[in-house]
Design a binder for this molecule. Structure first.
Ligand code: PLP
Length: 388
């Protein structure tokens, strides 16, 4: 059952849509081109510029669509294996599975929730074609080690950047470190286009190829055709484009990202400090100046006895008007589809299990003020006290 957070004083997440977005959408709606237009191109350019001078980008219908296209572009399919973190959204694995390749799951680190690099090394076989990483909650994965493994075994690296707008490692934006990176613009993400995503790469040929795959593999797009309606198809592609209304929102949102990130950072800092007085819960580690965290939310892992009572804690927070969430509701290999198909043993992926089953995601989004962070920590303290 979905929870109506509209009445909450402190919702977990809320898109911030202003007059600029509303006006831009109406203008796009009145324009002659609702797809294939200038706004998607302009949004792609603005997003790429935000990541850095070496970035190229192509907009897509969602992060899931972008990940699917990335694997099609890389030629991954039946008989191949792709290493996938267990601690992620199901989209990270589904986008591999849908190609016919096999996702090979690796547990996460207990302290960060990011994929365990030693686990990646142990999972590589002669069939492995790629490593997929998720910058969990926006904390960059140890990409130096991942890229070293990729070079050693000649593997592709796909970065799932759904939570990583603003994340960087040694001054390189996440998404530009591996072969391809994919962002999500789902409503509670760092910026939104309602639904939407962006595929990025430092290699222009990668984004050009995915740009073509997202539009059926046409030889010429609308606007490039000598005779309207006449085209040829060169490759097996899909329709995974972003429309002009979404791109109009994105163009306005991207201008607001520096402010959004600053607000997230400030809120996260205040909440981390306030959480020091809350017993029985351990926050996952923060980033630093070399490993810049995008602060999607703050996840705390409850002590085992409290973890068993997570539903009561969530309910007590809700009663106080404080929204929480869970990232993610179970390790992907334990979800019924994967457990039944691949026979995942119940005790496998213990770190991901611990985080999924016993953690609580606390809000730090830019819809909130630092003073509200103290209310979140106090609310949690009271919820825990009630249980004891
Ligand atoms: C890590 C991760 N990857 C992929 C996705 C899917 O993104 P989208 O809804 O844009 O397809 C999500 C959604 O929350 C996510 O958290």
């Amino acid at each position: 059952m979905s929870v109506d957070t509209s009445a909450q004083q402190i919702p977990f997440g809320r898109p911030i849509i202003g007059e600029e977005e509303r006006t831009a959408v109406l203008e796009a709606l009145m324009s002659p081109q609702l797809v294939h237009g200038p706004r998607a191109k302009a949004f792609e350019a603005a997003f790429a510029a935000m990541l850095g001078p070496q970035a190229t980008a192509t907009s897509v219908a969602s992060c899931t669509a972008g990940l699917h296209l990335a694997y099609i572009h890389l030629g991954i399919g039946a008989g191949d294996e792709v290493i996938v973190p267990a601690q992620t959204h199901v989209a990270t694995a589904h986008s591999v599975e849908i190609t016919g390749a096999t996702p090979v799951f690796v547990d996460c680190e207990a302290e960060t929730g990011n994929i365990d690099v030693a686990g990646i090394a142990a999972a590589i076989t002669p069939r492995t074609k790629a490593i997929s990483v998720v910058h969990y909650l926006g904390l960059p994965v140890d990409m130096t080690s991942v890229m070293a493994l990729a070079r050693k075994y000649n593997l592709f690296v796909v970065e799932d950047c759904a939570l990583a707008v603003g994340s960087s490692l040694d001054d390189v934006a996440c998404g530009l470190i591996g072969d391809v990176g994919v962002f999500s613009f789902y409503p509670v993400k760092h910026l939104t286009t309602a639904e939407g995503g962006m595929v990025v790469s430092r290699r222009p040929e990668v984004t050009a190829s995915i740009d073509n795959l997202k539009a059926f593999g046409y030889d010429q797009n609308v606007g490039e055709r000598k005779v309207p309606g006449v085209y040829n198809v060169m490759r097996l592609g899909l329709n995974y484009r972003m429309n002009e209304l979404q791109a109009a929102i994105g163009l306005e949102q991207v201008k607001k990202v520096p402010g959004f990130l600053k607000a997230r950072r400030e809120n996260a800092d205040v909440l981390r400090e306030a959480m020091k007085s809350v017993p029985g819960i351990r926050l996952l580690v923060d980033g630093d100046t070399a490993r810049v965290h995008s602060n999607y939310c703050l996840v705390g892992v409850l002590e085992p006895a409290l973890g068993e009572k997570r539903p009561q804690i969530i309910e007590a927070m809700k009663q106080q008007g404080i929204g929480t969430s869970v990232y993610y509701p179970g390790p992907v290999p334990h979800m019924s589809y994967y457990r039944e198909k691949y026979g995942t043993p119940a005790e496998a992926f213990p770190n991901a299990r611990r985080i999924s089953m016993h953690s609580l995601a606390l809000p730090v989004g830019p819809h909130l003020k630092p003073a509200q962070m103290k209310i979140v920590a106090e609310g949690l303290k009271a919820a825990i006290r009630e249980l004891k």
